[in-house]
Design a binder for this molecule. Structure first.
Ligand code: BGC
Length: 452
């Protein structure tokens, strides 16, 4: 017997900026080309999906997949505030039609991390104006292309800004602790050598002072360059560390966009996606883990519980001790991204999310796995991962949880943001010198899970 019923959506996910290439009006393009950039390399022509989408969609269909989650690029549709580009609408019309011709259900994401540069110049994801601007863009797209759309994810990983904030704070704490340690060491050495200052202050400790100075210098340069490029020293892109107000602003943008799109096409099925870890407390970590789960997920429920579906994205688990996140257990297999190979996480998170929706009074929330996957050079591990993860999905369904689809991240190897092209998440390999595609065995393996 097949693992899933005929209607179950089995597919792969991509995001415009990571695959299309030449997304020149976006904030990311600007950041990638800055002198003091944090990106390992720029996206450039990416994997040229903009021109090769037909081949890519055909490959999916031939392998048996029945769904494709991709994003429409706001910076292409509205490169200048208020000026919508009909040529780009035509491009996405062709992509949607190509899905239809190949029997692939499109799941359209309206925002996947990148924004038009002008949005950031206007204050970005901390500015009220962005709520309206986003809703307007979404409405325009549905007016033009709604006839070919059924499923829409408004915003990808709406909780990313808070996660980035938490990581930045953790990183800062670690840096501070390291610096304090080094300063104390230096002070002891100075005292032993009779060098005066025992305070370990920056100026008195050459080595630390040098690193600190260059770090500060770099930050200053980055800020000056930000002012040149975006007109502000601290641009608020979608993945910048977010304030609590910014967090709520993203929810308001989701709700406003949903209403604007429903005005045009009420029968559209609309949700957003969140990145959820399988948060597991280890002794003493219960309280911290509970807090983390609220921050990562449950505080969003009031804003999404009336949605048509929930987009769940999961990659691994996080073990939480009394002091927060713990390292990956010794000896555990890790992916190229350095996180634990742990496909069981998906089932755990689906069950937890479902319980939370039920607790909040939404008893029938359809859950779509909008991303799940791993970066590895060993495709047999990808197959093993997909097998285990989808077993978990099937077990949830057998227990009556409404899971409506599974989208593997990613269809093809692509631009992994600041890490560039070094991470291979794809079920299709791409030789970027020739843009030639080669399907890995995992693509067929996933396709076989779809029932025709
Ligand atoms: C994002 C993708 C990203 C993937 C792998 C998700 O958080 O939505 O854009 O490439 O994870 O890191």
């Amino acid at each position: 017997m097949s693992k899933f019923e005929r209607e179950f959506l089995i597919g792969a996910a991509t995001a415009a900026h990571q695959v299309e290439g030449n997304n020149i009006h976006s904030d990311y393009w600007a950041m990638e080309h800055m002198k003091y950039t944090n990106f390992n390399e720029p996206s450039l022509d990416a994997v040229d999906h903009y021109n090769r989408y037909e081949e890519d969609i055909r490959m999916m269909a031939e392998a048996g997949l029945n769904a494709y989650r991709f994003s429409i690029e706001w910076a292409r549709i509205e490169p200048v505030e208020g000026q919508f580009d009909e040529k780009e609408i035509e491009h996405y019309r062709k992509v949607l039609e190509c899905c239809k011709e190949n029997g692939i259900e499109p799941i359209v994401t309206m925002h996947h991390f990148t924004s038009p540069k002008w949005v950031i110049e206007n204050g970005g994801w901390e500015a009220n104006a962005t709520v309206d601007a986003f809703a307007k863009y979404c409405k325009y797209v549905v007016e033009q292309l709604g006839d070919l759309m059924h499923y829409v994810v408004t915003i990808n990983e709406a909780n990313m800004g808070l996660q980035v904030k938490a990581i930045a704070e953790r990183y800062k704490r670690q840096m501070m602790a390291k610096m304090q340690q080094m300063m104390a060491m230096q002070a002891t050495q100075n005292a032993e050598a009779g060098n005066g200052s025992q305070s370990g202050n920056m100026e008195g400790t050459a080595q630390i002072g040098m690193n600190f100075n260059s770090m500060m210098e770099n930050m200053k340069n980055q800020q000056a360059e930000n002012v040149e490029v975006f007109g502000v020293a601290e641009p608020q892109t979608f993945v910048s560390a977010r304030t609590e107000e910014g967090d709520m602003l993203v929810m308001r943008a989701h709700v406003a966009a949903k209403h604007a799109m429903k005005e045009v096409k009420p029968e559209l099925l609309i949700g957003l996606s969140l990145s959820l870890h399988d948060i597991q407390p280890v002794e003493g970590g219960e309280e911290v883990a509970a807090k983390e789960w609220i921050e990562e997920f449950t505080h969003y429920i009031p804003y999404i519980k009336e949605d048509d579906f929930f987009g769940l994205q999961n990659y691994t688990r996080s073990l939480i001790g009394a002091d927060g996140i713990m390292p990956v257990p010794e000896g555990a297999e890790v992916t190229q991204m350095d996180y634990e190979f742990y496909p069981e996480a998906l089932e755990h998170v689906i069950r937890r999310a479902d319980e939370e929706f039920k607790k909040a009074g939404r008893t029938d929330m359809p859950i779509m796995v909008t991303e799940n996957g791993l970066a590895t050079s060993d495709d047999t591990r990808r197959v093993a991962f997909i097998e285990k993860a989808t077993d978990g999905v099937a077990a949830c369904k057998a227990d009556g949880i409404s899971v409506i689809g599974y989208m593997y991240w990613s269809l093809m190897d692509n631009f992994e943001w600041q890490k560039g092209y070094s991470m291979t998440f794809g079920m299709i390999a791409v030789d970027r010198a020739t843009q030639k595609r080669i399907a890995k065995p995992s693509l067929k393996f996933l396709g076989k899970l779809a029932t025709v």
